[in-house]
Design a protein around this ligand. Structure first.
Ligand SMILES: [Zn+2]
Length: 233
């Protein structure tokens, strides 16, 4: 079994098998409706596909190829090492939203310094704004979460900073940070709150009430409290 695919156990493990043949990946590639070439044709390896797309596709096609392949590989690791199962649509959406997040960030970085100043806006009277941010660390160090709650005058009414033991994915830590902010607001008995996170994918997931996968229970907990959500990069 040593040389067999860890996910399906049916074929030898290889990059070609993992990206194009292993169970479920075809459904992910099939979601790429505008793909200008055939994906997964016999013996077509990744570099051949990349050259083919350089020939017949657009730069956007090349970006999609790379980001979808990465998302498939990431999904495979989640499944094999963390027993997390994602549907084809989730893998696809993750890839596409990661690409759009990246493009937004690049656009943002290309603005002049004065345009880059993010203007934090005060909430309305009697409304509190919760700003959250999480960070993951490698090499066995803990991940950390940070929360600040401000009132309509812009003054901080509470803050929280915590190091969480263990390894988390970026989305997990961002979701946990949003949840920690909401719990802090609950402890303070604040009812009208706006949560502002810099994680577009988490905000989208909460707004879509997407309870699937390992983050489902966190999203469920977040939605147990009436909140407004913003993204602030
Ligand atoms: Zn397989």
């Amino acid at each position: 079994m040593d040389g067999m695919c860890l996910m399906c156990g049916l074929e030898d493990k290889s990059i070609y098998h993992a990206l194009f043949k292993c169970g479920g990946v075809k459904e992910i590639w099939d979601l790429w409706k505008e793909c200008p070439t055939v994906i997964g044709a016999k013996n077509m390896d990744f570099s051949y596909l990349a050259f083919k797309l350089l020939d017949v596709g657009t730069p956007r096609d090349m970006e999609l190829l790379v980001v979808i392949a990465w998302a498939i590989w990431h999904n495979r690791n989640l499944r094999v090492f963390e027993a997390i199962n994602q549907r084809a649509e989730q893998v696809w959406n993750h890839a596409v939203s990661m690409l759009s997040d990246y493009k937004e960030a690049v656009k943002f970085c290309m603005l002049g310094p004065s345009d880059c100043e993010v203007s934090w806006k005060k909430p309305q009277v009697e409304v509190f704004k919760i700003n959250t941010d999480g960070a993951i660390a490698n090499e066995g160090r803990g991940s950390s979460i940070g929360v600040v709650i401000r009132d309509s005058r812009g003054e901080a009414v509470a803050a929280l900073c915590r190091v969480l033991p263990g390894c988390f994915l970026m989305d997990e830590i961002e979701a946990l940070t949003v949840k920690a902010g909401i719990l802090l607001a609950r402890e303070l008995d604040l009812h009208q709150v706006i949560v502002e996170s810099d994680s577009l994918s988490i905000v989208q997931r909460i707004l879509a009430k997407d309870f699937s996968g390992g983050l489902g229970h966190i999203v469920h907990g977040i939605l147990g409290w009436p909140i407004s959500l913003n993204v602030m990069i």
